[in-house]
Design a binder for this molecule. Structure first.
Ligand code: IPM
Ligand code: MG
Length: 358
């Protein structure tokens, strides 16, 4: 049976990096005889300009049908003043929510050849390999009530950070099981010293740890975890956090590796259907210049093959090709030390060349 892949390039460099991933996808489909049906649609600001909505019904319907979605990036300052509904970011949050993509896996690992690109000293960063498991469909991002009150003195705005026990249990389960497959350490991050919802989160995760005697569980307050990530990142194996704290910590973790342009991510539902996107955004400052690093998007394609498309062997080949690319000294502008780097459009060609020679 064929598997359905939906490609949503979106805005800014999303367009450029998905093009690279599609080149690789075309290659592997032919090379390994994969039975994929691939469809590409507009999303984000690009879709708003054409169809008046950042997430047209057609896109949502196709997304619900797909086994895997490759999502580029959305957003640009030109759309900042639109109402929330029309903003490009709404496409992302709607897809996450409507598809129940509650488990966001954000690996942050260092290619040792790139340790000089990290803002941290080599001895602190060496061997970095962290997985952030971020809850993605709940918490303060979606909590009700929310709103802006404009007819009072003083006016005010509010959001609600809310988690029920099922939401906490299902994300913690993903985190415990991920830790079992890795180094067996899990750090749960919240603000249990201040927030009821965090104290509740901590008690549920603690209770669950009895079922995972092979996982060493620890707890950190979010502010301390942010500091620890910079001071001593190698203490972490898997981190589990709510939507908001996971958002913040994953940007820190990504930056430690030298370039956010290298890091893929997966957002999964309970049956491992998923949306795969690079951790970087649409980067309007460099869009259209053919200098974006497509490795995060190519790595996201690899994650899609691994988790949603049952093609782990091909995923491994792509991961190895990315490693060889770096190993052999090829660079993109964000990780280059001089003017010697490949443009976005050249990276896929090089990766394909490496795959061909395997
Ligand atoms: C991310 C992004 C999004 C988020 C934005 C673009 C809505 O920062 O995926 O980390 O906050 O979740
Ligand atoms: Mg973010």
């Amino acid at each position: 049976m064929s598997k359905k892949i939906l490609i949503l390039p979106g805005d800014g460099i999303g367009q450029e990096v998905t093009k690279s991933a599609m080149q690789i996808l075309d290659f592997i489909v032919k090379r390994f005889n994969l039975n994929f049906v691939v469809n590409t649609l507009d999303v984000g600001g690009t879709a708003y300009e054409k169809f008046g909505s950042p997430i047209p019904d057609k896109v949502l319907a196709a997304a619900k049908e797909a086994d895997a979605i490759l999502f580029g990036a959305v957003g640009d300052p030109q759309w900042d003043d639109l109402s929330w509904e029309d903003r490009p970011e709404n496409a992302l949050l709607t897809l996450r929510k409507e598809l129940s993509l509650f488990a966001n896996l954000r690996p942050a690992f260092l290619f040792n050849e790139l340790s000089n690109a990290s803002p941290l000293k080599e001895k602190i960063i060496e061997g970095l390999d962290i997985l952030i498991v971020r809850e993605l469909t709940g918490g303060i991002y979606f909590g009700e009530p929310r709103g802006v009150i404009n007819d009072q003195t003083p006016n005010y705005a509010f959001n609600t950070m809310i988690y029920n026990e099922d939401e906490i249990t299902r994300i913690a389960k993903v985190a415990f099981e991920s830790a079992q497959k890795r180094k067996g350490r899990l750090c749960s991050v919240e603000k249990a010293n201040v927030l009821e919802v965090s104290k509740f989160w901590r008690s549920i995760v603690t209770e669950m740890s009895a079922e995972y005697p092979d996982v060493e569980l620890s707890h950190q307050l979010a502010d301390n975890a942010a500091m620890q990530l910079v001071l001593n990142p190698n203490q972490f194996d898997v981190i589990v956090a709510s939507n908001l704290f996971g958002d913040i910590l994953s940007d820190i973790a990504a930056t430690l590796t030298g370039s956010i342009g290298m890091l893929p991510s997966a957002s999964l539902d309970s049956s491992f259907k998923g949306m795969y996107e690079p951790c970087h955004g649409s980067a309007p400052d460099i869009a259209g210049q053919d200098i974006a690093n497509p490795l995060a998007m190519i790595g996201s394609l690899s994650m899609a093959l691994r988790y949603s498309l049952e093609e782990e062997t091909v995923a491994n080949k792509i991961d190895i090709a990315i490693k060889k690319f770096i190993n052999q000294g090829f660079r993109t502008k964000d990780i280059a030390i001089d003017e010697n780097y490949l443009n976005t459009s050249e990276v896929a060609e090089k990766i394909i060349e490496i795959l061909e020679n395997e």
